[in-house]
Design a binder for this molecule. Sequence first.
Ligand code: 4AD
Ligand code: MG
Length: 467
Amino acid sequence: TPTPSVKDLLSTPASNQPTVLNAWVRTRRDSKNLVFLALSDGSCLSTIQAVIDKEQGSWDEKLLAKVNTGAGIQVQGSLTASPGSGQAVEIQATGISLYGEAPQESYPLQKKRHSFEFLREIAHLRPRTNTFGAVARVRNAMSFAIHRFFQERGFFYVHTPIITGVDAEGAGQMFRVTTLPPENPPRKEGSTDFSRDFFGRPTYLAVTGQLEAEAYALSMGRVYTFGPTFRAENSNTTRHLAEFWMIEPEVAFCDINCNMDLAEDFLKFIISTVLEECREDMAFFNQWIQKGIIDVLKEVVTKKFARVSYTEAMKELEKAQDSGSASFDFPVQWGADLQSEHEKFLTETVYKGPVIVTDYPKEIKAFYMKQNGDGKTVRAMDVLVPRLGEIIGGSEREADLSKLEARMDELGMHKEDYSWYLELRKYGSVPHSGFGLGFERLIQYITGMQNIRDVIPFPRTVKSAEF
Ligand code: 4AD
Ligand code: MG
C-alpha cells in the first residue's frame, strides 16, 4: 500500500500513531538537539514539519548530515499535534532513511528566492519550487475540468493528427516534417533536402485540429480536441509558444451566438472549478503572483461578458484616440488587425473584463469562416481578456460549398489539397461552429503568471532554453 502523502497527513488529526512519509527536504533548521525539516512531496503546496530529537534514540550523524535541502528521504515516526503555529500536525521522527542526497555545494535550488529567468534554465528542477508546483497542480485540475465540462455536455473527445498535409490556418507558420537520412549525419545548418519529406510528400506539424474536428462534428454532432499544437511564429513574447496546447470544440447545428455562449460557459466553468478545487494554490498566486486575482476571477464568473462587433470596437478605439484619452503605436483603422495594445485598452479600460469581439474583416481572418452578407466581414468571434488579450479564436464556419470555394480562389489556395474538407460541404453540409482556446493563455489568466514559458513544463519557443 502506498504511504500517505503530505496532503493526506495534513488533513489527518494528530493520533500519535506510527506513520511513514516519503518526501524531499525543502529546508532544514537546526537548534541545539533538534532538527526541523520542512518536507514536500508535491501533493500540495504546504510542507509538513518533521522534528528530529537527537537525544531520543540513536541517530547516524553521518546520515543526518546529508539530510539537507533537495534530499529524497523517508521519515518514520508518529503524527503528533504541532505546538507551533501554522499546522495542526507534525511528525516526531524516530528514524530516517536516505534515498538520495543533494550535495549542497552544487544543488541549484538554494533556500533563497530564485528569479523565473534562472528557473527557466533548470526546467527539470523548477517543479520543486512552490510556484511551479502550484502551476502544475492548477494545470492538472484545469485539464481534468476541461474534459468534465465537455463530457457532461455530450461532447466526444476526438484525437486529431499531429502530422498534417495542409496549412489549416493559412498563416504560413508551420514546422515541416523531415526524416533523417539513413546514415544519420550530424544536422547541418540551413540544409533543406526535400527528398527527406514524409515518405516523399511535404507534411507539417498541426497548427490546429479544427478541420479534422469539423469532419467529426459533421457526423457526431459535438466534439472537442485537446492536444499539442505547433506554430513557427517568430514571436518572442510572453504569450507565444512554438508548442502549445489547444482545446477546440466543434459543434454541428450551432451558429455564432451558440458558439459565444459555449465559450463563455466554458471559461466560467473552468475558472469556478479552479477557484473551488485549488484553494491553497490560488491563495498562493493571489498573495505572491497577482494580488487580488481571486476577486477578479470571482467577478468574471458572475458577470456577463461584453459582446461587440469589430466595427464597434474600432469606434471605441477611435473615440479614445480622438479625445486624447489613449494613444496607440499601431494605427486604429478599419481593416487592420487588433494589436495587443488595442486588446488591452478594450478589456482593461473600456469594458473592464472579458470581451467577445465578432464580425472581423475577412481579410484578417482564416478562409473557413462564414461570410456575412456585407461582403466585408466574417462570423469570427475572439475572446479577449485583460492582461493577455486574445485567449480564444473561433467562428461559425462557411457551410456553403460555392462560397467557400470562391473564397479559397480569391486567396489563391490549392483547392485540391483540401478536397476532403470541401466534401464535408458537398455532402450533408449543416451550419456549424467552433473555437480554439490556448490552454497556456488560460492558465496565465487564472494564475496571474506573467510569462507563458512558466505555465508549461518544458517550454519550446523561438529562444528556447532547455531541450
Ligand atoms: O486564433 P487561432 O489561431 O485559431 C485557430 O487555430 C482556430 N483553428 C481555432 C478554432 O476555431 N478551432 O488560435 C486559437 C488560440 C488563440 O486564441 C490563442 O489563445 C492560442 O490559440 N494560440 C497560442 N497560444 C500560445 N502560443 C501561440 N503561438 C499561440 N497561437 C495561438
Ligand atoms: Mg486568433
